[in-house]
Ligand binder design. Structure first.
Ligand code: GLC
Length: 582
């Protein structure tokens, strides 16, 4: 980064530091802000369109900050808004130190940062370290010859002879000039992970789209360049990063074949176990150095990881285990996205309980821009909002930081395209009909019952507005005290001020009733959280229910006037949060 620019952004930071962010009511000075945070993911294409081009933008986010403040959001994580050819809608970055003109410019970004700060909302950026766009100047240079200064910035390989015994059909399909890719590795998005470049007569590796070449993290110059880009934003005042696809930075130096598993994936390629292309131990050294760099900044900057792990033990490694010197908040995807995840009290009891076994604060996630929305995954088509209130209760009353996604607090549904020709996400085009892509969870935010749901003045939005916007929108739900939005607001306010909900251990009760999930958050004044996962009323018995109680929140109005748990039947899908009356 040129010296003048670096100095200018240090100055910007100094100015911001002169107006320190106020502490929340119950926040003690020793608590890092992120520990109890509600972090809200924004997909910038879909949140608010300020200039009427049908695509969301930064000014569109700024325009809606009041809503986020009212919800009680502590930080927004903005999915990539850097210049990008938008093949993977921003996850293919062409310049790490600017803003895509579709979304605005750096001045808009600074205004967003400032307006958010005035509302006690921090801004977290998405940082894609694994790969760049193939249009990034680094890759253009790297691909131009074998001898340029950036020749070793990406993962290049000569390939092997096409007549080599044992090569797979997939390797054969990608043959060029008598060579095939050096191994069987596949792109997550379909086909071989290796692409031929005639100018170098070599293949490069891409774990994701062919337009997303993987950086070579064994080259120290790459680490330096990427850390510099992060400093650029930290100097500007961002509160931290969500690290994209972080487990995939390194590949096996011997390029061994990944073991095959039975069957084919949604793109029609053989299933592989990414033993040699994912989760290599070297990544943890990078994360430790990154953490040390980020820790040189004031104000508890945070590192959040996109960490899909098979179990809690693997998740704990991302904290740095006992040393806790890696990510502060690796995402726990086990509860919300585990392959067996279902609307079932036992599922949540087991996974929430084991999720507490990490050396740090858990971060629960039920929704993001890559998966069908939780309201559909956990809904049954007839009690979706009631079930969504139960999921919100789990998210917001567990001992954890909470991550939500635009649209989730109002119950926006997944709107998967019905025809291949309507699909925007490339994997939905190549994978149709098995894989219909991720458009369904990226539709425009529903603000009002008016035209385009208040998202844009343009009738052609980049994805269609989901027809249910006439009832599922912020304005309508704002006016209804029994709405999902009000339930969210209520729980967020509760968790902010209640010491037991903030830090109390989770004690799981009523284990013998498979229909209910009950836990107590311990403390001088404990809090009891009861949820009925079934469609029939459930008795809640047990010694723990003695004594008078006060309702803190109840999704069913009939519970609000009760002052004791004795003989109570929890209505279908009800969530009830109480505390001892004295
Ligand atoms: C992450 C992102 C996803 C993206 C991929 C490649 O999984 O969440 O949207 O396609 O990384 O960057």
């Amino acid at each position: 980064m040129p010296l003048l620019r670096r100095l200018a952004s240090r100055l910007a930071l100094a100015c911001l530091l002169l107006t320190p962010m106020a502490l929340n009511a119950a926040q003690t000075p020793t608590d890092p802000w992120w520990k109890h945070a509600l972090i809200y993911e924004i997909y910038p294409r879909s949140f608010g369109d300020s200039n009427g081009d049908g695509i969301g933008d930064l000014n569109g986010i700024t325009a809606h900050l009041d809503h986020l403040q009212e919800l009680g959001v502590d930080a927004i994580w903005i999915a990539p808004m850097y210049p990008s050819p938008q093949i993977d809608f921003g996850y293919d970055i062409a310049d790490y130190e600017s803003v895509d003109p579709k979304y605005g410019n750096l001045a808009d970004f600074d205004r967003l940062l400032k307006s958010a700060r005035q509302r006690h909302i921090r801004v977290i950026l998405d940082m894609v370290l694994n790969h760049t766009s193939d249009k990034h100047a680094w890759f253009v240079e790297s691909a131009s010859s074998r001898s340029n200064p950036k020749a070793d910035w990406y993962v290049w390989n000569d390939g092997i002879d096409a007549s080599t015994p044992g090569i797979t059909p997939l390797q054969k399909r990608f043959a060029h000039d008598g060579k095939v890719p050096p191994n069987n590795w596949e792109s997550v998005f379909g086909g071989s992970a290796w692409e031929w470049v005639p100018a170098r007569k070599q293949f490069y590796y891409h774990r994701f789209y062919v337009q997303q070449p993987d950086l070579n993290w064994r080259n120290p110059a790459v680490e330096k360049a990427m850390f510099d880009t992060m400093r650029f934003w930290l100097d500007r005042g961002v509160a931290g990063f969500r690290l994209d696809a972080i487990s995939t930075l390194f590949e096996d130096p011997q390029l061994r074949n990944d073991p095959e598993r039975p069957g084919t994936n949604d793109q029609g390629d053989p299933n592989l176990h990414s033993l040699y292309s994912d989760n290599l131990p070297e990544v943890h050294d990078v994360i430790r150095r990154l953490r040390a760099m980020v820790d040189t900044y004031p104000d508890d900057r945070v590192l959040i990881g996109e960490t899909y792990t098979p179990d809690v033990a693997e998740l704990d490694k991302w904290y740095g285990g006992e040393r806790r010197d890696e990510l502060q908040l690796p995402m726990n995807m086990l509860v919300g996205f585990g392959w067996q995840a279902r609307f079932d009290a036992n599922w949540f009891r087991t996974t929430l309980e084991s999720s507490q076994q990490v050396h740090g604060q858990p971060l629960l996630v039920f929704d993001n821009h890559d998966n069908p929305r939780s309201i559909d995954r956990f809904g049954d088509g007839s009690h979706d909002v009631q079930r969504a209130k139960v999921i919100a209760t789990v998210l917001l009353t567990s001992r954890a930081a909470a991550l939500t996604y635009y649209g989730a607090p109002i119950g926006m549904a997944t709107a998967t395209p019905k025809r291949r020709e309507d699909v925007q996400d490339p994997i939905g085009i190549t994978g149709w009909p098995r894989e219909k892509g991720r458009d369904g969870e990226r539709t425009p935010m529903q603000w009002t019952p008016g035209p385009q749901a208040g998202f844009s003045s343009n009738t052609h939005t980049w994805l269609p507005v989901t027809p249910d916007y006439t009832t599922v929108n912020v304005q309508t739900e704002d006016a209804d005290p029994e709405s999902l939005l009000h339930w969210y607001r209520q729980l967020v306010a509760l968790r902010r001020d209640n010491p037991a909900l903030r830090d109390g251990a989770m004690q799981f009760l009523a284990r013998d009733n498979a229909q209910v999930l009950v836990y107590r958050r311990e403390g001088a004044k404990p809090v009891l959280v009861m949820m009925n996962f079934s469609g029939s009323a459930q008795a809640i018995d047990g010694k723990w229910q003695e004594g008078a109680v006060t309702t803190l929140a109840a999704s069913d109005a009939s519970l609000r006037k009760l002052t004791s748990l004795q003989g109570v039947q929890l209505p279908p899908y009800a969530a009830w949060v109480v505390t001892p009356a004295h």
